[in-house]
Design a protein around this ligand. Structure first.
Ligand code: FPP
Length: 264
């Protein structure tokens, strides 16, 4: 009896979340959908600890939030969603946690690839992919290949990613071309640098979402975030649902972006 009531309550609260997501979605200005949203998926560990569970429990729950974010991004017509899954600094974590994160990545890609392709989602792993374990590289290669003709949402998964490392790589690439006389010094401008980043060909993020109450950029998309709007929340990533993404986008639509200029 009590179990039934609890289930009923759970179902009706799920319905409320769904309904408010639908209501909020309907109030979006479809002419001002951000082209690119970036997310620092933070707070998995603290979320799990608060529940007396191991950190891995939080990461697994974080994958569910990622699924939600991808679903809503595709539904509202985002062009690019970039998620920070593993930074160049995350190698400092215990090997056991690193293994869990790599296993989750492989599981996510293998399990989701059919549905992602059905949703027309194109996957791009950004970061030092060559330094990831072979099974992660294989799953990424398959996901790249399977989704290469998709033309809807571009899902960038930042793995072994660091904004500074990305800039170092770009500088090296440009210098090599200058040394080979493929480029002249005068050819180097902001556009050219953007074209040498992992996000080449994609617009810079319009909106950065950081859950979990920290106010840091954490070496994420350092070049690309120059004029990005920030949306910070105390919600831990595993509790971040589709409705929160819609709220962030609605809030973004109320911002007055001047890019260093004046109001029109
Ligand atoms: C930061 O939270 C989160 C990470 C380092 C990993 C993010 C990974 C996922 C959401 C799931 C796996 C991803 C894929 C692509 C399948 P934290 O662990 O540092 O949390 P804390 O700050 O509370 O300790």
């Amino acid at each position: 009896m009590i179990k039934n009531i609890v289930n009923l309550m759970r179902r009706s609260s799920d319905r409320e979340v769904e309904e408010s997501e639908e209501v909020l979605k309907a109030s979006l200005d479809t002419t001002r959908i951000p082209r690119h949203v970036a997310v620092i998926m933070d707070g998995n560990g603290r979320w799990a600890r608060r529940k007396g569970m191991p950190r891995s429990f939080g990461h697994r729950a974080g994958v569910e939030s990622l699924r939600e974010a991808v679903r809503v991004s595709a539904e509202i017509g985002l062009k690019v969603l970039t998620v920070y899954a593993f930074s160049t600094e995350n190698w400092k974590r215990p090997q056991e946690e690193i293994n869990i994160l790599m296993d989750l990545l492989v599981e996510y890609l293998n399990k989701e690839i059919d549905e992602l392709c059905e949703k027309n989602v194109k996957i791009r792993a950004i970061g030092g992919i060559q330094e990831l374990p072979p099974k992660a590289r294989e799953a990424i290669a398959v996901a790249h290949d399977r989704s290469k003709n998709c033309s809807g949402l571009n899902l960038n998964i930042a793995l072994n990613y660091g904004g500074r490392a990305e800039l170092v790589e770009a500088v090296r690439g440009i210098c090599a071309k200058v040394a080979e006389n493929e480029l002249a010094l005068e050819d180097i401008d902001q556009e050219l640098i953007s074209r040498h980043l992992y996000t080449a060909g994609q617009p810079d993020p319009d909106l950065l979402i950081r859950p979990s109450g920290d106010y840091r950029v954490s070496n994420f998309l350092l070049w690309q975030l120059a004029y990005t709007e920030f949306w910070l929340t105390d919600i831990m990533w595993p509790d971040f649902k589709g409705v929160h993404l819609v709220r962030a986008v609605l809030d973004f639509q109320r911002r007055n972006r001047r890019f260093g200029g004046l109001n029109k």
